[in-house]
Design a protein around this ligand. Sequence first.
Ligand SMILES: C[S@@+](CC[C@H](N)C(=O)[O-])C[C@H]1O[C@@H](n2cnc3c(N)ncnc32)[C@H](O)[C@@H]1O
Length: 264
Amino acid sequence: MKESIKQILQNSKLSKLDTKILLGHILGFSKVELVTCNDYQLNEEQYDSYLELYDKCLHGMPIAYILGYKEFYSHKFRVTPDTLIPRPETELLVDMVLQLAKPGDRILDLGTGSGCIAISCKLENKMLDITATDMYAQTLMVAKDNAITLGAEIRFIQSDWFNNIDGIYDIIVSNPPYIVGDDDHLRALAFEPQHALTDFADGMSNIKKIITTAQRHLQGYLLLEHGYDQGRATLGLMQNNGYKNVRTIKDYAGQDRITLGKIG
Ligand SMILES: C[S@@+](CC[C@H](N)C(=O)[O-])C[C@H]1O[C@@H](n2cnc3c(N)ncnc32)[C@H](O)[C@@H]1O
């Protein structure tokens, strides 16, 4: 049975926006074309493809995994089930690094995932010397692939936090897994790699490890993304470990999101 765009939108149990994203992806139509050509009838192949993606979406698979990419800092990043889907609030971390960095600065991005922080920084400022790490080889492969596709020259190192890291950096940045292990939200995020989201403990163990180890590799700023309720604890850890000018920054939704401090 043939269905038109209009009929599909009427019958979908997904939001109009998600349905339009799926249709646009399959048909190659823009948002405007989906409205102006809403009498267009999908052929059998297109309709079968739509049903397959619709079913995945209905079962909770994030749209970014269905499409295979997510936009971040105006660039398209390939994402797979081995990478966290970049979040809009993490763009603030990129803004902060770019504000603090001077030409030629050595930047270390720990737990790079899709590479979104490291690659976005490099694309905005070619003068930065950027190294990105992740503990997982499969994840690092996706980040490397994104760096090649987007034309960003980055050094990649597989490492459990600082284990394989030598040298001194001007800025260390990380968005580590910080969700508490028994947080109910994790169930809604079941399609994403759990080791990218949680430390399977109190949510603070990776933050603590990075703060206490970064000092040996830093002459400048450490910037950490954290949960809305972890600002005070992260600030205290930095202050107690000799960081200066420590402060917590709120995200665009008004929540504590980034804490930074300086060594040297
Ligand atoms: C919250 S995700 C952030 C990914 C990406 N930086 C972003 O902002 O979208 C945390 C990342 O840390 C990585 N990771 C987890 N444990 C790690 C460890 N012990 N050492 C290095 N990376 C780790 C995960 O694989 C994941 O890619």
